[in-house]
Design a protein around this ligand. Structure first.
Ligand SMILES: [Zn+2]
Length: 217
C-alpha cells in the first residue's frame, strides 16, 4: 500500500501513522523527521538543511525530492509506505508520480486529514507539557486533575512559547495556501480520500479511512 497523508497542523497525522504502519506493515516516512535527522549529521546536505530551517524556510523541491527518492529505495519501503510531509508542492507531487511510474508503481491513495480550525487551534494552544516526565495534556481535551499540575509527579506544567493563537492561525493559513493545489491534483486523479482528523477518538478517524479504501477497491 503506497500512501501519502496530509493535513493542517494538529490534524493528528502523527497519531494516525502507527495505525497504518501496523495494519499495512509499511514504514512511516516523515520528511520533517528526515530533515531533523540530516541536520545532526556533519554533511554538506545536513548543513544546508540546517541553514534553511533556522531561517524558517522550506527545503527546496530538488533537495527534498532526492532525499525522498533515496529513502523510498530502501528495502523496508519495497512493499509500500506512508509519506507524511511530502509532497508539499505540485512539483513534488509530479516528481513522486514520475518516480513511481518509472518503477512501474503507483500511489494508491492520498489521504486528506481535514480538521476544523477551531479544534486545531484548541489542540495547539491548549497544549501543556510536564517538564519532568514529558506527559502532554490539553486544557480543552485532556485536562490534568488539578489545573496546571502534572498528575504523575505534581510538577508545574509548561506551555511552549510558540503555541499562541496568532502563530497557530498563521501556520494554518500557510498550510491551506500551499496545500490547496495538491488537494485538487489528487481529486482530479481520483485517489483522494477525505477523513475527519478532528474527532476525539483517533481510531474512529482511521476507521473512516479504512472504510473509504474498501469502497474504492
Ligand atoms: Zn510529570
Amino acid at each position: 500500500m503506497r500512501l501519502i497523508i496530509f493535513g493542517p497542523p494538529a490534524s493528528g497525522k502523527g497519531t494516525q501513522a502507527p495505525f497504518f504502519t501496523e495494519k499495512f506493515n509499511i514504514p512511516h516516512i516523515s520528511t520533517g523527521s528526515m530533515f531533523r535527522e540530516e541536520t545532526k549529521k556533519d554533511t554538506k546536505l545536513g548543513l544546508k538543511i540546517k541553514q534553511l530551517l533556522d531561517k524558517g524556510h522550506l527545503i527546496d523541491d530538488e533537495t527534498t525530492n532526492l532525499m525522498v527518492k533515496d529513502r523510498l529505495s530502501m528495502p523496508d519501503a519495497k512493499n509500500g509506505f506512508l509519506l507524511d510531509g511530502y509532497p508539499r508542492t505540485l512539483n513534488q507531487a509530479k516528481y513522486l508520480d514520475e518516480m513511481l511510474n518509472e518503477a512501474g508503481l503507483k500511489l494508491d491513495y492520498a489521504i486528506d486529514l481535514f480538521c476544523d480550525d477551531e479544534i486545531a487551534i484548541k489542540r495547539i494552544t491548549g497544549r501543556r507539557m510536564c517538564p519532568k516526565c514529558g506527559k502532554i495534556y490539553n486544557i480543552y481535551f485532556t485536562k490534568p486533575s488539578v489545573d496546571g499540575i502534572c498528575d504523575v509527579d505534581g510538577t508545574l506544567l509548561i506551555r511552549r512559547a510558540d503555541d499562541t493563537v496568532e502563530i497557530a492561525k498563521k501556520r494554518l493559513e500557510i498550510y491551506y495556501q500551499s496545500t490547496e493545489p495538491l488537494i485538487n491534483y489528487y481529486k482530479n486523479k481520483g485517489n483522494l480520500i477525505l477523513a475527519d482528523g478532528g474527532l476525539l477518538d483517533a481510531a474512529h478517524t482511521f476507521d473512516q479511512i479504512i472504510n473509504k479504501i474498501g469502497d474504492k477497491k
